[in-house]
Structures are given as structure tokens and as C-alpha cells.
Design a protein around this ligand. Structure first.
Ligand code: KG4
Ligand code: ZN
Length: 354
């Protein structure tokens, strides 16, 4: 079955053609990130205006690159939420129109569940150990870490999602983005912090990156909280500025970036490991933009080995962790619930299990 996926929930305009949920025939992502660098974050109205301009050229390019005729496409999948309302509407209304004109079924996809399905895409998986080139196995645990969400879910099968833990305030990606802003690093903050952290050289091998708090780590639940970490970073950086009466020095930024990255990763890894020990799933899947973080990937892989857990780690390639339409088309294949085009609507407040 061949599905055309469309994704416009945030600042990307993406379309992809995917066969049977695993084989990418074409994949195009247009990002307006450059525009948001100037403003230090996304201005929703501007993002949506840009997406209106990009959506048809992106879809046309995707269909052209797939080398298929429109007749060969069996269905259209589109992200219906969560996300920015203006951005979601661009994708949903376009998909609706194509569904009507081409007479093809339309499949609404939850963006967060879509992220998980990057792990089913062939050639885009980076699996650990014996997992190479194997599809994820149920039951599984997935950690979905994006700009707006931090969720740990248990899946007994496709469409069978149970929320195990979530953030009580900021998402992990949001924490990276806000901390980057405090440090004067560009948007999106995650990759900027990761790059600055990579330049930091630990002064002494005994030095441990323990400057910032690890919120909720010792609480008896699987939930997260990241807003306290952001406040701790703000207080530290403000204090430093007062002492030096100048902007934070480049070397300090690199050190802070390494400390922030380590604190966020520590919490994500420790909570995930607790969930893996409790649920004993066959597969553990990373998903969402923050899963592109190399330190997070390395730490999780190391911990699974150290604790000798019998779980196979699945990690998409970095550009399939961030927003893309191939994951959306893949998700639609495995969770096929087509609806009449008249019934689809954008739903910015969707949760991962709604
Ligand atoms: O999944 P995504 O592309 O969009 C949303 O659904 O939100 O995730 C975007 C988030 C942003 O907060 C961005 O800073 C973060 O993912 N991110 C990263 C990295 N690449 C993107 N965070 C840490 N390290 C990275 N390498
Ligand atoms: Zn996303």
C-alpha cells in the first residue's frame, strides 16, 4: 500500500511517499527555521504563512521524486494534531482537498504517535545490538521527546498506547530551547546546545557535570519536570553576568551547554531505565527531535548494556527524529483508520493517547 504523508504541525512543511509503512520512495522537508533564527523562536502566524507558500511545491516535488503516478497512491495521511493551529490547518485543508479531488481515503495521524513510527522506516533505523534491520517488536516502550512533549508510552500493539509517564511542565526540547535562549544561542536550541557542549573540554577527568538539578529523579513515578532546570540555568547565568558586567563568555557558554545537556539526558535516561526494568518490553524506541541528541543516544545505549537488559534499542537517524512526513505515512499504514474528508479537523490539543 502506498501512502502520501503530509506534516505541517510546527515550522516544517513536509511530504513523503512511503510503501507498506517501511519503504521511503521520496521524502521532502522544507523548513522555515532560518526565519525563526532572527526572532529567537517560532512566530506561529509567520510559520503558517510560509507553509501556505511551500505546501503544494513540496507535495509536487515528493510525488515527482517517488516516480509514481498519482493513480498509484492509495491514501493520504496527514498530521491532525497536536501542534500550532494555523500550521496544522495548512496540512489538513490541503490533504482534504487532495482527498476530494483525487478520490482517495484520508487518514488522520497523531503527530506524537507518528514520531514513534520513524522506527519502522527501512534504511532510517539505527538499531542497537541484535536489533539491526529488525522491526520493533511488541510489547514496546517508546520515549517521545520533542519541542512540546515528553512522554513515555507502553504499546502492546499498533493503536494500543498506554501513557506511562509525562512531563508536569516544560518538555525536554522546550527546556533545551529556553536554556539556549538564556545562553544567547540560536533557535532551535537543542542542536545549538549539543554543538556548544561538544566543544567543551572537561578540565579534569574527575570533574563531573553536576552543576544543575535533576528534577524528580528520586520520586516514585515515571513523570518528568524540566522548568526548575531552566530556572536554575537562568539564575546561574544572571549571577555570572552581574559579577563580570558583561555577556557570558564563550567558554562559559560551552560549559553551561554541557551541564544542561547532561542534566536533561540524565533524567531522561534514568526514568526510561526504570520503566524498562518495570515493564520488561521487547523493544525500546527513541523518537522526536530530542532523540537526535547524540549524548542521549549514547547514554541510553550504555546504560542498557551496563544493566544487561534484554531489550533491543531502536533509534531513527537524526533527520527522522525531527519532524518529517515519512513517519506520518508509516504510522498511517500501521494504524489505518480512514475517514471521509468531511470529518477531518485540526486538533492542536491532542495528547499521545487520545
Ligand atoms: O520533534 P521535533 O522536530 O518538533 C516537535 O514536534 O516539537 O522536535 C523539536 C525539538 C526542539 O525543541 C529542538 O531543540 C529539539 O527537538 N532538538 C534537539 C536536537 N535536535 C532537535 N534537542 C537536543 N539535541 C538535538 N540534537
Ligand atoms: Zn515533532
Amino acid at each position: 500500500m502506498i501512502i502520501l504523508g503530509i506534516e505541517t504541525s510546527c515550522d516544517e512543511t513536509a511530504a513523503a511517499v512511503v510503501k507498506d509503512g517501511t519503504k521511503i520512495l521520496s521524502n521532502v522537508v522544507a523548513s522555515s527555521a532560518e526565519m525563526h533564527i532572527k526572532t529567537g523562536g517560532i512566530i506561529p502566524e509567520q510559520a503558517a504563512r510560509q507553509q501556505i507558500k511551500s505546501i503544494l511545491p513540496v507535495i509536487q516535488e515528493t510525488v515527482d521524486r517517488s516516480r509514481l503516478a498519482v493513480d498509484q497512491i492509495d491514501a493520504i495521511a496527514v498530521t491532525s494534531g497536536p501542534g500550532l493551529i494555523g500550521s496544522l490547518l495548512v496540512g489538513v485543508e490541503t490533504a482534504k482537498t487532495l482527498s476530494y479531488v483525487w478520490r482517495k481515503p484520508i487518514i488522520p495521524v497523531n503527530h506524537l504517535v507518528g514520531h514513534i513510527y520513524a522506527n519502522w522506516l527501512k534504511e532510517e533505523r539505527e538499531s542497537g545490538r541484535a536489533g539491526e534491520n529488525k522491526l520493533p517488536q511488541f510489547p514496546l516502550i517508546a520515549l517521545v521527546v520533542s519541542g512540546g512533549h515528553t512522554d513515555l508510552v507502553y504499546m502492546k500493539g499498533h493503536s494500543k498506547i498506554e501513557l506511562v509517564g509525562t512531563t508536569r511542565d516544560d518538555a525536554a526540547g522546550e527546556c533545551f530551547d529556553k536554556c539556549a535562549r538564556i545562553l544567547g544561542l540560536p533557535y532551535p536550541g537543542g542542536p545549538a546546545i549539543a554543538a556548544a557542549a561538544a566543544r567543551y573540554q572537561i578540565p579534569d577527568t574527575r570533574y563531573k557535570l553536576k552543576m544543575f538539578p535533576r528534577p524528580m529523579l528520586n520520586e516514585n513515578n515515571f513523570d518528568f519536570s524540566f522548568s526548575g532546570l531552566k530556572t536554575a540555568v537562568l539564575n546561574e547565568v544572571k549571577g555570572k553576568k552581574r559579577i563580570t558586567h558583561s555577556a557570558v563568555k564563550v567558554k562559559d557558554v560551552e560549559h553551561y551547554a554541557a551541564e544542561i545537556q547532561e542534566a536533561v539526558c540524565d533524567v531522561l535516561v534514568k526514568k526510561s531505565l526504570e520503566v524498562l526494568e518495570r515493564y520488561e518490553p521487547k523493544s525500546f524506541l527513541l523518537a522526536g527531535g530530542v532523540a537526535a541528541n547524540l549524548r542521549l543516544r549514547e547514554k541510553i545505549s550504555d546504560e542498557i548494556k551496563t544493566k544487561k537488559l534484554q531489550v533491543i534499542l531502536h533509534v531513527p537517524k537524526p533527520n527522522f527524529c525531527t519532524d518529517n512526513a515519512a513517519s506520518i505515512a508509516g504510522c498511517a499504514f500501521y494504524n489505518q483508520k480512514p475517514i471521509p474528508w468531511q470529518k477531518i479537523s485540526a486538533n492542536p490539543g491532542l495528547t499521545i493517547n487520545s
